[in-house]
Write a protein that binds this ligand. Structure first.
Ligand SMILES: Cc1cc2nc3c(=O)[nH]c(=O)nc-3n(C[C@H](O)[C@H](O)[C@H](O)COP(=O)(O)O)c2cc1C
Length: 287
């Protein structure tokens, strides 16, 4: 069985989770290949894969614009089976309809969706999750990804049902994609902090950053993924009107500390995170 993973990941979360899947599938004897979704990627060889997996982070309750565009560029492939692996910062069902546009595009090209897996990983925008939260999320993913990967191996159905609230929210917030090229023009570098390493330009999946005189210059093609500002080693990038939501620096993803309790879960949607952890094999005590 040949499985082709096509993954977009700005801060590495989706890629990490997709890797858990590919490791398990490889253990089972599947031949796995992973390609990153970027503007300069070579056309992936979808035709020779038995199963296609598309990985993406939820952006404004939708798949990111570049992932939808990637799907538009895929060849027609009658009856090609695909699965989706997505990550988001909050464990809310309002994220459940995020693949709608993607699914519509792929259906027209003859692809057949078999399932969708949703994992919660730390925010790369909005606020920084604590190291304890990141550790719990990562443990949750490690607990359940192997069983989910086995579903792909067996070609099992694993559909995610979206309620009306998710469908409506996705529709309304989709406007974010239209606004991002404009909001992206407000991204700026703090000259006094920039160390001219060029990491932002190298990591931008849209090739939207050019280094001029040692400083990044932002173009008109931003999708707001925050690969530049999240990964900047000097935290030198301000993301315009979104700056209050900027998160900088990789998470540690250590194993959870001994004795973590519900008190270590963030206040924001605490009940939903506790439920998510329980559903992914982590029972947290009250005290
Ligand atoms: C522009 C943008 C929009 C986002 N929108 C959502 C959202 O609607 N819901 C959510 O739970 N997380 C949202 N997030 C958080 C990411 O989905 C989450 O941190 C994800 O794991 C990042 O994965 P990556 O490292 O693979 O890019 C958003 C992040 C960005 C940058």
């Amino acid at each position: 069985m040949k499985v082709l993973f096509t993954v977009f990941s700005a801060s590495g979360n989706t890629l990490r989770v997709a890797k858990l899947f590919s490791e398990r599938l490889s253990e089972r004897g599947a031949e796995c290949e992973t390609v990153r979704i970027r503007e300069d990627m070579a056309a992936p060889d979808v035709a020779s894969a038995d199963t296609l997996v598309i990985g993406y982070p939820v952006h404004g309750f939708n798949a990111p614009q570049n992932v939808a565009d990637f799907a538009k560029g895929l060849p027609e492939c009658e009856n090609k089976v695909y699965y989706i692996i997505k990550t988001s910062g909050e464990p809310l069902h309002v994220n459940d309809a995020s693949s709608r546009i993607l699914d519509r595009i792929l259906k027209k090209k003859g692809y057949i969706k078999r399932g969708e897996f949703h994992y919660v990983m730390p925010y790369n925008m909005i606020f920084r999750h604590s190291d304890d939260m990141a550790a719990l999320m990562w443990q949750a993913a490690r607990n359940t990804a192997p069983a989910d990967a086995d579903k792909i191996f067996a070609g099992e159905e694993a559909q995610l049902k979206a309620g009306l609230l998710a469908v409506m929210t996705r529709f309304v917030v989709a406007v974010e994609h239209k606004a991002m090229p404009y909001l992206g023009r407000l991204f700026k570098v703090k000259k006094e902090k920039c160390i001219s390493c060029g990491k932002c330009a190298k990591l931008c999946p849209m090739l939207n950053i050019e280094m001029k005189d040692g400083l990044p210059v932002f173009g008109k093609n931003c999708i707001g993924c925050t690969a530049c500002s999240f990964n900047c080693p000097a935290d030198a990038i301000s993301i315009g009107v979104l700056n209050g939501w900027r998160v900088n620096g990789a998470y540690k993803f250590a194993p959870p500390r001994e004795g973590l309790t519900r008190k270590d879960v963030c206040n924001y949607w605490r009940g939903s995170y506790i439920r998510y952890f329980r559903e992914h094999g982590i029972e947290l005590n009250k005290e």
